[in-house]
Design a protein. Structure first.
Length: 362
């Protein structure tokens, strides 16, 4: 197997845990000795051994004089676990391939430098683009102190996201909805507005395949209207956070008794909310709707990725996105198509901000 092949294997190992390691990065590692794979590892979740340590333990004595293929620069600091650079040095690894540097300021090249100081040969950049995309949410989180933001929309061929009565079940196929659950699985939290809760009574959980963790469910609910009998309050399937501005002591008490977390804000400013979510270790935020909520994020430029599901249906009259404050074509929000796939009769388009595809800056 080639160097690229070993690194590709390490990346595939890491992808198994995508969305499960937050607030840590997703990492995979392969240890090779004399052309034989002697150790495989991935970071399972925060607080558990890192990928390098898992692979080294599997390799045992065979790690001495081996080559390690790691999807992310090894850490040098004590966090929930000891630094991985020390483990690689103690094991006697001879050479390390690093797919991409860690943009976390507490690491940021120090791991590579320390390995080289100990006489270990290090090569950086093998399959770097894939590795950076794998951890783009983590990189955004540690460098910009906010969650990586994915906006999700499902619409008809003529751009309608619901009927005039607000009905949106179901615009897309079951297969597309299963794919959407993959997006939930990658996220730390899923956010909707109160109108979506009242109209659709969603669960906002990962249900279409086995998954070890459910994302935090967030509702923007200024008037604290969320029904006590709604799934987000009563089902117990995942934690729910309600963001509100109008005090209602009896309703607050009832919600808290049912395990719902509350966040009072004098005024809901999305930027302030994102700072608070980052403080709560929300690395990746998926905004699922509705029209007003998604439009608000678009209008304020608070997004990194837009995933658009398009069904071959036409509604004519129906609901669309709200006013984005755009007055002329020349001011239209420009996006860059980075991925397209077909799911049964539906199409899925993944877009990034054209002007800065690596993420927004405040």
């Amino acid at each position: 197997m080639s160097d690229e092949g070993y690194m590709s294997l390490a990346l595939n190992l890491a992808k198994r845990r995508k969305g499960l390691t937050h607030p840590n990065p997703t990492v995979g590692c392969v240890i090779v000795k004399d052309g034989e794979i002697v150790g495989l590892g991935y970071h399972e979740r925060a607080g558990y051994p890192h990928a390098e340590v898992v692979a080294l333990e599997q390799a045992g004595e065979k790690a001495r004089g081996s080559t390690a293929y790691i999807t992310l620069e090894p850490c040098t600091h004590f966090g929930r676990t000891p630094p991985c650079t020390d483990a690689l040095i103690r094991a006697g690894v001879k050479k390390v391939f690093v797919a991409t540097k860690d943009l976390n300021p507490v690491v940021s090249g120090r791991g590579i430098e320390k390995l080289r100081e100990e006489g270990i040969e290090v090569e950086v950049g093998l399959l770097e683009e894939t590795a950076r995309e794998l951890n783009e949410d983590f990189f955004t989180f540690v460098t910009e102190k906010r969650p990586f933001i994915t906006l999700k929309l499902a619409q008809t061929l003529d751009g309608k996201i619901a009927t005039l009565r607000g009905e949106s079940k179901w615009i897309t196929s079951l297969q597309s909805r299963k794919y959407a659950h993959r997006l939930r699985a990658e996220a730390s939290a899923v956010l909707v507005g109160i109108k979506t809760v009242i109209r659709d009574n969603p669960s906002l959980t990962v249900r279409h395949f086995p998954f070890e963790r459910q994302p935090l469910r967030i509702v923007i609910d200024p008037e604290l209207e969320i029904p006590i009998e709604s799934n987000l309050v009563s089902d117990g399937e995942a934690k729910t956070l309600v963001v509100f501005t109008r005090r209602n002591p009896s309703k607050e008490r009832e919600l808290e008794e049912r395990g719902v977390a509350l966040l009072f804000m004098e005024r809901i400013e999305l930027k302030d909310l994102l700072v608070e979510l980052a403080r709560r270790e929300v690395v990746h935020l998926l905004v699922e709707g509705g029209a007003f909520t998604v439009s608000s994020f678009l209008r304020e430029g608070l997004w990194d990725r837009l995933v658009l599901f398009q069904a071959p249906k036409i509604l004519g009259d129906g609901l669309t996105l709200h006013n984005l404050g755009i007055e002329g074509i020349e001011n239209a929000l420009r996006v860059k198509l980075v991925r397209e796939l077909r799911i049964k009769e539906d199409k899925v388009f993944e877009y990034r901000r054209e002007e800065e595809s690596t993420g927004l800056r405040w």
